[in-house]
Design a protein around this ligand. Structure first.
Ligand code: ADP
Ligand code: CIR
Length: 381
């Protein structure tokens, strides 16, 4: 049978890649999976979808995960594979942990106030908290076609309309879709210059087609259809649509109290979830469903831009990464993932964990983490 030949071919490729890239989790776990009863039983459309989930790990040999889900259900449907990848990546040796959602941060910091002036910062920090979310009724971005991307954008336009009419939000929709198909024009389309301005202001995401991981997974397909964002009138609340997850919902501002962006995001999420037609995909074991297994659970990344000129004196983030790893923090460039650090030594710091951690713990870890990081920075002087 052709399918058995295809499976044998996948196993062969994965074995070869693993000999050079032993950290490629997709290759590591697809071999026992395809040899298991569950993997052997995969046929027809199910096997075709599974192949799409793992294609990015085959094409990009240096992948750490190397897989994305194509449908919210995939984490269950291909459970024997994804469960192994997820428990390994998120460090669950018991194999039994279940994700719990909890935003109650009232007992952390100073009665819930996380003021960075109390841990030695004199200047305002750029603070951002985002969550990844996907709607139950659509395929995940890797499996959407152009028509589905447009249909999804139209569903979101109704939700944005409701936010725009809400006095706490207001705001504007910026869309990249050239049109809505079948001769229908897109009323929110922006120019290339406006798009670049929004990317530079950290409001909109970069051209996804340039990311080889997303490209192989089909996540950047049909670019730029179904892509854009809504931004509130005060510019602090932003909802991206059509990036790695259908939705990235965030709150961003300059200030001192981390709890402000965290609480505002929590409030906005409740409003969005209350809008008709919006139901987020969830999993019993893994919390909120995201395209990438790295974002499952909270889907949350809480970050600050901090200047660490001594730890970045060599112009790279190498040393900062070494210091941050044991603190449970990730380091990114100021333009986001896979971008260089700022010329003045500014980097993006965020807690690495997303799954099997509570939302309130993430914000608390960011606060405690940057305190320790700045201590290390001072010692470098
Ligand atoms: P994500 O955070 O959604 O995983 P990226 O790391 O690519 O994605 O970042 C997306 C955008 O958000 C980039 O433009 C990045 O500069 C911006 N960003 C992230 N954190 C902050 C922050 N604390 N302050 C300002 N901009 C930020
Ligand atoms: C990898 O497997 O290395 C890439 N697919 C990126 C994984 C990190 N996840 C992410 O950026 N959301």
């Amino acid at each position: 049978q052709q399918e058995d030949k295809d499976k044998a071919e996948l196993i062969k490729k994965a074995t070869d890649i693993l000999s050079r890239f032993p950290d490629n989790r997709c290759c590591k776990y697809l071999i026992p999976y395809l040899n298991s009863a569950e993997g052997k039983g995969l046929r027809g459309e199910d096997f075709a979808v599974f192949r799409r989930c793992v294609q990015t790990g085959i094409d990009n040999e240096d992948s750490g995960l190397g897989c994305y889900a194509m449908q919210p259900d995939d984490y269950k449907k291909f459970g024997g594979f994804f469960n192994a990848v997820i428990r390994d990546y998120h460090g669950d040796e018991t194999g039994k942990k279940k994700h719990v959602t909890d935003w109650d941060a009232s007992s952390i910091g100073d009665n819930g106030v996380l003021d960075v002036r109390k841990i030695g910062f004199q200047e305002e920090l750029s603070m951002r908290v985002r969550v990844g979310r996907n709607l139950k009724q659509y395929n995940l971005p890797g499996k959407m076609d152009q028509a589905e991307r447009i249909s999804f954008e139209k569903t979101m336009l109704k939700a944005f309309d409701s936010l725009i009419k809400n006095k706490d939000y207001g705001g504007t929709v910026y869309s990249l879709s050239p049109d809505f198909g079948k001769g229908e024009t897109n009323p929110n389309k922006i120019s290339d210059a406006k798009y670049q301005e929004l990317v530079d202001a950290h409001v909109l995401f970069k051209d996804m087609d340039a990311d080889p991981f997303l490209k192989s997974a089909g996540i950047s397909s049909d670019w730029p259809y179904g892509r854009g964002c809504w931004q509130s009138a005060d510019k602090q609340c932003i909802i991206w649509f059509g990036e790695e997850d259908q939705l990235r919902i965030m709150c961003m501002k300059k200030g001192y109290c981390l709890n402000e962006v965290f609480d505002r995001l929590n409030t906005m999420l409740k409003v969005v979830e209350g809008i008709e037609g919006i139901e987020f995909a969830t999993s019993d074991d893994y919390g909120y469903v995201t395209s990438c297994p790295s974002n499952l659970g909270t889907g949350m990344r809480a970050s600050v831009h901090v200047k660490i000129p001594y730890l970045t004196a060599d112009g790279t983030d190498q040393k900062a990464k070494e210091v941050c790893k044991p603190l449970g923090l990730s380091v990114r460039g100021t333009g986001g993932e896979h971008t260089p650090i700022g010329a003045d030594g500014t980097v993006d710091i965020s807690p690495s964990n997303r799954l099997f951690i509570k939302e309130c713990e993430i914000i608390s870890r960011l606060y405690e983490g940057i305190k320790l990081l700045m201590k290390e920075e001072k010692q470098q002087k």
